[in-house]
Design a protein around this ligand. Structure first.
Ligand SMILES: [Zn+2]
Length: 297
């Protein structure tokens, strides 16, 4: 579905007050107006201070943020909506520090907000399975020495990356951080990110061999200097990913690596719809249920 482009001024106009944000949330939850979950009455009043609807018939109260991404939040919805806007419009990926300054919250709060927004991003992409012709490789993040497998890999975190390729153009991508590149982690990646029975190209690294169990496997031993010919697209994506990680996060804490990978992938997969991103991301967050594992913010 095509979404309209939205400027900062337009965002302010549409989502600049708490009431406006509450109405957006209520509209998503009850598209045809509030219905009491206990007695089905449509007659209710809204208690502003607590953001709850109270059924006029049985007095049952329902919070508009319950069962949403904003469940038990202490923050105003206006701040949440702005956080979504700034996250969507910052091409390099906004840092928690910058977000904290923009919306007037502490760094730990901004960190938690970004964590939740990135979970919504990851969930949107988790539905998709790569198909047709796919380049697939492993890479290493962090560490002092360049290079990948074997020597120099200490202090680095391995990732698996796959990109659809057609007529020298990239399609969708998927990326996952793993503890080790092994047949098990490769199998898990393939199952979660690709449709079965596609054509998947790799170099001849043995751990990537499970590819042949599910796909047409094109593999070749390639010397380092020729790898960008055999797997051009996945290497462009990996180098852009490294720039993204170094630019915003100045060397990544492995604890948050998957979050950053999810954000990179979400943006990459929507690179042709950049002007629509704020509203798309808002929709992804509005459609998302509560995130129980994350701390509240
Ligand atoms: Zn009721």
């Amino acid at each position: 579905m095509k979404m309209p482009e939205i400027s900062l001024l337009e965002w302010q106009k549409r989502f600049g007050t708490e009431r406006a944000c509450e109405k957006v949330l209520a509209k998503i939850r009850w598209p045809n107006g509030f219905i009491c979950p206990r007695c089905n009455s449509a007659d209710a009043s809204f208690i502003k201070t607590r953001k709850v609807y109270q059924c006029s018939h049985c007095r049952y109260q329902v919070s508009i943020t319950a069962s949403t991404l904003f469940h038990s939040t202490n923050l105003s919805l206006v701040k949440w909506f702005w956080a979504i806007y700034f996250t969507a419009t910052d091409k390099g990926g906004i840092s928690a520090l910058r977000l904290a300054k923009h919306i007037g919250v502490s760094w730990p709060t901004a960190r938690k907000i970004l964590g939740k927004i990135r979970i919504a991003m990851a969930d949107r992409d988790s539905i998709y399975r790569l198909e047709n012709f796919i380049e697939f490789d492993d890479a290493y993040i962090g560490g002092k020495r360049p290079g990948k497998r074997g020597r120099g890999a200490a202090g680095k975190k391995p990732i698996l990356v796959a990109v659809e390729t057609k007529d020298s153009k990239a399609g969708f991508m998927a990326v996952e951080a793993v503890n080790v590149i092994s047949k098990e982690t490769v199998r898990h990646f393939l199952q979660h990110h690709m449709k079965e029975g596609q054509t998947v190209r790799t170099d001849a690294f043995p751990a990537l061999n499970p590819v042949k169990e599910m796909h047409d496997h094109e593999k070749k031993v390639v010397p380092a200097e020729e790898v960008s010919k055999w797997l051009p697209m996945v290497h462009i994506v990996i180098s852009n990913l490294k720039i993204f990680l170094n630019g915003t996060f100045h060397g990544v804490s492995f604890k948050y690596l998957q979050e950053y990978l999810d954000e990179f992938s979400y943006r990459f997969n929507r690179r042709f719809w950049e002007p629509e991103l704020p509203l798309r991301l808002l929709n992804a967050c509005l459609a998302h249920g509560p995130i129980k594992s994350a701390e509240n913010c």
